[in-house]
Ligand binder design. Structure first.
Ligand SMILES: *Cc1c(COP(=O)(O)O)cnc(C)c1O
Length: 364
């Protein structure tokens, strides 16, 4: 079966898909900022005004004097951030569905030089705090990798969002057990849009030490921000980035698009558009017999159980989506540019195929 997206000779843009928010392109304000950064020369390695401005805008957003670094992607951001929290003999606790565990090819273990990842079962993609406490307290001898940090994903890999109270409970446990806090915020913008609170209320005020703020899925080409709320932890992080091949020499092309995202709250509008599209999709799918929504939809993803024939039917009609993420089922992900028409076109196909499935499986 040919993949319409894989045809290198295709001249027209193929349809918008629901496979991932990284299928989407660059949002216009980010593109414009990049174009502006392309006028003439600028200092290299982050000594430019765009990089300075983007860090300033992030400090304004979080209302604190945080330290900001840019990496090419989220895997590097997470792995290097965790490496700044842990020694090789430490452990970091996350839940079994965490991207750092399942989708980074061991980068956190590699860049920490051996920090062990300890897993808890997930509850809709969130940490089970009783289990965290058990992992921390079950041993305190020198033979056990000393728990040093918690890593949480916001919004989670399963499209749910930690509430302010849930984050408070994570924070309380971390403080009680002397654990550092890392937040994988590949979809932090989507989570914030759902929570509708000031960014500081769900980050440093709750003791988040370092946030990996995803820009790519929010409408950039590349460039995730590592935001340290604890200055001591950021010490020599620039060396860590350089050694890991994460220091862009033309840094302004990573940072200028962030200026495009942060000015005028474009990041927020992008997240809102994606979340709204997912809400529309969820509402439409709920009404279709034979389709089961798997998790509460709280951000821009809808996870559904689809009968096998329906999944294949959608694939044949050219739809692309992942079925290997999280806990099985199909992940339908909306992005900043997903339109109502895109959602309606997909749900129309799901409805037609579901009716065909019902017609063949229901006795007369
Ligand atoms: C996409 C994503 C990342 C970053 O992935 P990269 O491909 O390395 O940019 C990190 N965490 C989560 C939860 C993600 O979905």
């Amino acid at each position: 079966m040919s993949d319409p997206d894989a045809d290198p000779t295709a001249t027209t843009t193929s349809k918008r898909q629901f496979a991932s928010d990284n299928y989407a392109g660059i949002c216009p304000p980010a593109w414009k900022a990049m174009e502006e950064a392309n006028r003439g020369h600028a200092s290299a390695y982050g000594e430019d005004r765009w990089t300075e401005r983007s860090a300033e805008l992030l400090r304004d957003l979080f209302e604190t004097d945080c330290e900001v670094f840019f990496t090419f992607n989220g895997t590097a951001a997470n792995a290097l951030a965790i490496a700044s929290l842990c020694q090789p003999y430490h452990s970091v606790i996350c839940c079994e569905t965490a991207h750092v565990e399942t989708d980074e090819c061991g980068a956190p273990e590699f860049f920490t030089h051996g920090t062990k990842i300890l897993l808890t079962p997930h509850e809709h993609g969130k940490l089970n705090l009783d289990e965290v406490d058990r992992l921390v307290t079950r041993r305190n001898d020198i033979h056990y990798p000393k728990p040093k940090a918690l890593s949480i994903t916001q919004a989670t890999e399963l499209g749910t969002v930690y509430s302010v109270d849930e984050l408070g409970a994570v924070s309380e446990l971390a403080r009680r057990r002397d654990l550092r806090l890392h937040m994988d915020g590949a979809r932090f913008a989507n989570a914030l849009e759902t929570l509708d609170v000031a960014p500081k209320e769900v980050t440093w005020k709750l003791g988040i030490d370092v946030l990996c703020f995803g820009g790519t899925k929010n409408g950039l080409a590349v460039g995730d921000a590592v935001v340290f709320f604890d200055h001591d932890l950021a010490a020599e992080f620039d060396y860590r980035c350089k050694q890991a091949g994460q220091l862009a020499s033309k840094m302004r092309f990573l940072s200028a698009p962030w200026v495009g995202l942060l000015e005028n709250d474009v990041w927020r509008a992008n997240a809102r558009a994606a979340n709204r599209a997912a809400a529309r999709l969820e509402a439409a799918l709920r009404d279709i017999p034979g389709i089961e929504i798997m998790f509460p939809r709280q951000a821009n993803a809808v996870f559904v159980q689809l009968p096998e024939s329906l999944r294949e039917g959608l694939w044949e009609r050219g739809w692309r989506f992942y079925t290997f993420i999280g806990a099985g089922g199909a992940r339908l992900m909306c992005s900043w540019d997903t339109t109502d028409e895109d959602v309606d076109a997909l749900t129309r196909d799901v409805r037609e195929l579901a009716q065909a499935v019902l017609a063949t499986s229901t006795p007369e």
